[in-house]
Design a protein around this ligand. Structure first.
Ligand SMILES: Cc1cc2nc3c(=O)[nH]c(=O)nc-3n(C[C@H](O)[C@H](O)[C@H](O)COP(=O)(O)O)c2cc1C
Length: 366
């Protein structure tokens, strides 16, 4: 292994040591195709194949039945699901890997079809005008129900229970999915949060739920085993629209996270070209590295060269790779060999079965 590549050097993450800085980004793959949404043997194989990553972040895993928004996504709220995940974490650990569980609530990106006709929950009753992937295929999203204070409290408590379950399932930690236009992001954004109570109105109020979620999870998981994901410049995707307070809101959140000893802050560079979008910050790592004192993980559009560079430039400590990990189970070995990487097939991202999931080959050693 070429130890000169920054991506391939060890990294002390809280009280753990990662064997390299190549992180597998959270990737929904919709293979939990059983009524209980329980992780199955195919998923065990898929994660085990990728255990040479310094850290794996699991696909988004719903914290409750109300949190579901896509077909065949696994949960982390029933005993059966915990037992299913246990097999995944054991297989990853047996291969010397580490794995965090991504805790997910989709909020208004869900559909009544998942909730016996009841409306999905969100900060406010504002339709994202997007699409939801239901058991009957893609359907237009609906206007969600604005959460009551009791529903907010219940959801915060569900995050805590899900985190507790994740640790019982043998995960090394949890990642709060406060990104990509899902429930917590819906609270942060002025365009999706019109609340007039303590959870809306000001930047501090719109961010409040996140800190309550962290404080709840802290009851069950050491702070240095809790990570958190943000996508500050998300625009025109998953119903999100940037406004003049978006980046100031994320600035406030990131600075406030300095009061915690979290495992990491996981940031995404913009998902699309935002150079002409008003209020966007096009350079996320550059903007946020000076604001955050802890471990910074960066994602979106990286390859081996750019990943090594962003670490060498001191702009990030860890790099998360998404699509490259779908098609290269041995991504770390390929990086070490400076070998070609295989291209992913979008058509099998979310389809059932092994095709496009566990059948991507590893590099031929010859
Ligand atoms: C098939 C697929 C599923 C994804 N599922 C999730 C998910 O469950 N949670 C999440 O935070 N991001 C999810 N993402 C976003 C990825 O984690 C990552 O941010 C994105 O792919 C950009 O990184 P990349 O350029 O390295 O692929 C998903 C992306 C893809 C392509």
């Amino acid at each position: 292994m070429d130890n000169k590549q920054p991506l391939l050097t060890e990294y002390p993450l809280g009280d753990m040591t990662l064997k390299n800085r190549v992180v597998m980004a959270p990737l929904t793959r919709s293979r939990a195709d059983n009524p209980g949404k329980v992780p199955n043997d195919l998923m065990v194989e898929y994660y085990a194949q990728r255990a040479s990553a310094g850290l794996i972040i699991s696909e988004g895993s719903q914290i409750s039945e109300r949190a579901v928004g896509y077909i065949n996504t696994p949960g982390i709220h029933t005993d059966e699901q915990v037992q299913g995940w246990q097999k995944v974490t054991e297989a990853v650990h047996a291969r010397g890997g580490k794995i965090f569980c991504q805790l997910w609530h989709v909020g208004r990106m869900s559909h009544p079809d998942f909730h016996q006709g009841e409306l999905p929950l969100s900060a406010s009753a504002i339709n994202p005008n997007s699409q939801s992937f239901t058991p009957e295929g893609f359907k237009d999203t609906v206007t969600p129900k604005a959460m009551t204070i009791d529903e907010i409290k219940q959801t915060i408590s569900d995050y805590g229970q899900a985190a507790k379950n994740a640790m019982a399932a043998g995960f090394d930690g949890v990642e709060i999915h406060s990104s990509n236009g899902y429930l917590l992001h819906q609270f942060f954004s002025k365009t999706s949060n019109h609340r007039s109570d303590e959870y809306g109105g000001t930047i501090e109020n719109r961010a409040k739920i996140l800190f309550e979620v962290i404080d709840e999870i802290k009851q069950h998981v050491p702070e240095n085993r809790i990570g958190l994901r943000l996508n500050p410049s998300l625009h025109g995707i998953f119903g999100m629209t940037l406004d003049e307070e978006s980046i100031p809101t994320f600035d406030y959140i990131v600075k406030s996270l300095n009061n915690y000893d979290l495992a990491y802050l996981h940031l995404s560079e913009p998902f699309n070209d935002v150079s002409d979008v008003p209020y966007a910050e096009p350079n996320i790592a550059k903007h946020y590295r000076p604001l955050y004192k802890g471990t910074l993980m960066i994602n979106t559009g990286f390859n081996r060269e750019r990943g090594n560079q962003v670490i060498a430039d001191g702009l990030a400590d860890l790099v998360a790779f998404g699509k490259l990990f779908i098609s290269n189970p041995d991504l770390v070995e390929r990086f070490a060999a400076k070998a070609e990487t295989a291209r992913w097939d979008e058509d099998t991202f979310y389809t059932p079965g092994a095709k496009g999931y566990t059948d991507y080959p590893v590099l031929d050693p010859t």
